[in-house]
Design a binder for this molecule. Structure first.
Ligand code: PMP
Length: 362
């Protein structure tokens, strides 16, 4: 028998949101809506679709692994050097590359919890320990995260806006944290949902990269750009960090279609604006709706809301699912009484509200 590495025994399987096909088949439904995976309800950017279709005759060719056109477009977009950027097959792969390049057996990584599960997964799969610091659905002071760092710490993970709570950190809070963190500890700032943030003090952290070479900003085309299916994420950091990540990156993992679609999506300001407007509308409607039934809605800066339903949260998720509405119960995040709901189109939000009302009224 071929034994896997011992680290693997500590890993639990990733629990993705349920798919619409799965629910259609399970309950014999035709109308199913999924507001469970923080996808863009408007679909992909139309410009990205057009670019995607155009490359169809070149599918027999290998992509340029270094994706120079996309890298140049991103460098221009953010005002950083091309040598400060690396791409991943989804930002999941960015996290994976950080693990491979920087996390050693016996190290530890720290992170604010509850949060996106892949930070812990990557830490454990590289033989390190994950130390979560958190206060349930409340915002955790970054001083507590700083206090958890010790001589074995390699990476501090912060997700802002945080999945699943929607909590964010200001520039002042992050700067104070960065000032405390030893320069040999990477601060992995996951900004997957940054484009949805509307708070005036939500920071532009690219300006801090020069002062803090241990800062890495993680972003994705999966959310605001509506391209989760093509798998494209990217990281911006100091040249030395980025160089190490290119070294361990699989050579052709950023495919032709992803490169073409992302370049087009980046310039599609209209699609971004429409998505942001739809998101703001969704918050405006769903927040008072849930609060009207006495449920606590956490303030969000993402494209989802986190709602405290109480001990019957699982029952509500099940009821919605049986009726064709998929949302995300948060037991696997350590919040069994909460649910996370992606903000949808008006008709999808209405479908959700009608079902929730039906459930509440029994
Ligand atoms: N970071 C966060 C905070 C996420 O919620 C997700 C996906 N839900 C990811 C990263 C990974 O996204 P992707 O691999 O699609 O870029």
């Amino acid at each position: 028998m071929i034994e896997p590495r011992p680290e693997l025994s500590k890993l639990s399987d990733y629990v993705p949101g349920k798919s619409m096909d799965e629910i259609r088949a399970k309950y014999g439904l035709t109308d199913v809506v999924k507001l469970a995976s923080n996808e863009n309800p408007l679909g992909p950017s139309p410009k990205a679709k057009e670019a995607y279709l155009k490359i169809v005759d070149t599918l027999h060719l290998y992509p340029r692994g270094d994706a120079p056109t996309l890298i140049n477009a991103l460098a221009d977009f953010y005002g950083v050097k091309t040598s400060q950027l690396v791409l991943g097959n989804g930002s999941d792969e960015i996290i994976d590359m950080v693990g491979k390049a920087f996390i050693r057996q016996g190290d530890n990584c720290v992170g604010i919890t509850p949060t996106f599960s892949v930070y812990k997964f990557t830490t454990l799969s590289n033989g390190a320990e994950f130390i979560g610091v958190g206060e349930g659905d409340q915002k955790t002071d970054l001083n507590k995260l700083a206090a958890a760092i010790n001589e074995k710490t390699r990476v501090a993970f912060i997700c802002s806006p945080n999945n699943p709570t929607g909590v964010y950190y200001t520039g002042a809070e992050l700067k104070e944290f960065l000032d405390k963190v030893p320069s040999n500890v990477m601060v992995f700032l996951d900004e997957a949902y940054s484009e949805f943030a509307t708070a005036e003090d939500y920071p532009r952290m690219f300006d801090m990269l020069e002062k803090y070479p241990n800062l890495l900003i993680n972003r994705t085309f999966s959310k605001i750009y509506g391209l989760a299916g093509i798998r494209l994420g990217y990281a911006v950091s100091s040249e030395q960090v980025i160089k190490a990540m290119w070294k361990i990156k699989p050579p052709f993992d950023i495919n032709l279609a992803a490169q073409a679609a992302a370049i087009a999506a980046l310039s599609d300001k209209d699609h971004v604006k429409r998505t942001q407007e739809l998101n703001a509308e969704g918050i405006k409607v769903l927040k008072p709706f849930f609060e009207g039934f006495g449920f606590k809605v956490l303030p969000t800066q993402g494209n989802f809301i986190c709602v405290h339903i109480g001990p019957k949260a699982k029952e509500m998720v099940q009821f919605l699912e049986e009726n064709g509405m998929i949302i995300r119960g948060l037991t696997s995040f350590g919040l069994p009484e909460h649910v996370r709901i992606t903000l949808g189109k008006p008709e999808e939000n209405k479908f959700l509200m009608d079902l929730v009302e039906k459930w509440v009224k029994g």
